[in-house]
Design a binder for this molecule. Structure first.
Ligand code: HEM
Length: 294
């Protein structure tokens, strides 16, 4: 559902909307995306209802301390002024579902692809993982020691950073180089273009070279904060950044502990900018067991 919706949304990103006409006549895409949004909404409502039922049926004595639990708690707040509306609760869940699922999914897919074709980096990353975790489940202490993997993640974010641009509204007229941006227009800052700028990254900008990040982001970007912003910039940057990095490190460590990865001959390279940058035909890899039941 989410994938379909993101394809439709990205197809219509720059569609001109005329309010009255859009109310009277809806295109196939609009109708389908309304139906998909409703499906996602129903899905969220069901999950919320299940949480509430567990408390009502005394299977649990609280709504829980996870993010959903906190939202359901806020929805039941005894103080009316602090109470969250059901509409807002559903919206928060949708935001996290949209922002958190597809992004990490595509990042992981691209890293698996990159490691499949760069066997030397795959081996380096595996050596590091085994050195730090052996065959054990990755723990938070070890995560901060994964230097090679961090470099690989940054380089994958640079080459295939999931969000296809940062949407911003221009609140007052500004001059950007030779351009004058009038107030009240919406723009999409293509961070992926910044990440592929040869002036910043050099002539090998399109190559996978995690060593760029060997001494951290500041050094790699020559202390230019805007040059590398896969998680956005400013007060509205990604709240899930640390969580996403941690999630990616855990999953990759567990894959590298168990399997070698090589690219399937059926793979066709075609990155496509939906809401996130996705492999149009998926990523087909061959996993070979290391005979290690970590
Ligand atoms: C590789 C993974 C991810 C990438 C590359 C990513 C990137 C981004 C970017 C570029 C933005 C917009 C920031 C801006 O406009 O300046 C954003 C916003 C956001 N992200 Fe992420 N994200 C990732 C994972 C996650 C995860 C796992 C979660 C939640 C668990 C999450 C939650 C959010 C939320 C809630 C926002 C909106 C923040 C706001 O508007 O205040 N993201 N993310």
């Amino acid at each position: 559902m989410l994938n379909k919706l993101s394809i439709i949304r990205s197809r219509n990103l720059f569609e001109t909307r005329i309010l009255l006409i859009n109310k009277l006549w809806k295109s196939g895409d609009v109708l389908e995306s309304e139906e998909l949004s409703k499906g996602i909404q129903d899905c969220v409502m069901k999950i919320v209802k299940k949480r509430e039922d567990e408390v009502v049926n005394r299977e649990a004595n609280s709504f829980g301390n996870d993010f959903l639990g906190l939202l359901v708690n806020a929805y039941h707040d005894s103080d009316e002024n602090n109470r969250l509306l059901m509409e807002d609760l559903v919206d928060e869940c949708k935001t996290f579902y949209f922002a958190g699922q597809d992004t990490v999914n595509s990042l992981l897919a691209w890293i698996v692809f990159l490691l499949a074709i760069h066997g030397d980096w795959q081996e380096k990353a595996r050596r590091e993982v085994i050195e730090i975790f052996s065959n054990q489940i990755p723990d938070s202490e070890g995560m901060s020691k994964l230097k090679t993997m961090t470099m690989i993640i940054y380089e994958a974010l640079r080459l295939y950073g999931p969000p296809n641009g940062l949407p911003r509204r221009v609140t007052r007229e500004v001059q950007l180089g030779k351009l004058v941006l009038p107030a009240s227009i919406d723009i999409l800052v293509q961070n992926i273009a910044l990440h592929h700028d040869p002036h910043m990254w050099g002539d090998d900008v399109h190559l996978f070279k995690p060593e760029r990040f060997a001494e951290g982001i500041a050094k790699a970007t020559n202390y230019n904060a805007g040059a590398f912003c896969p998680f956005g910039l400013g007060p509205r940057n990604c709240v899930g950044m640390n969580f996403a990095t941690m999630e990616t490190k855990i999953v990759l460590s567990m894959i590298l502990q168990r399997y070698t990865i090589s690219l399937s001959p059926t793979y066709v390279h075609s990155p496509i900018p939906y809401i996130t940058v996705q492999p149009q035909h998926g990523i087909q890899v061959i996993l070979e067991s290391l005979g290690n039941d970590a």
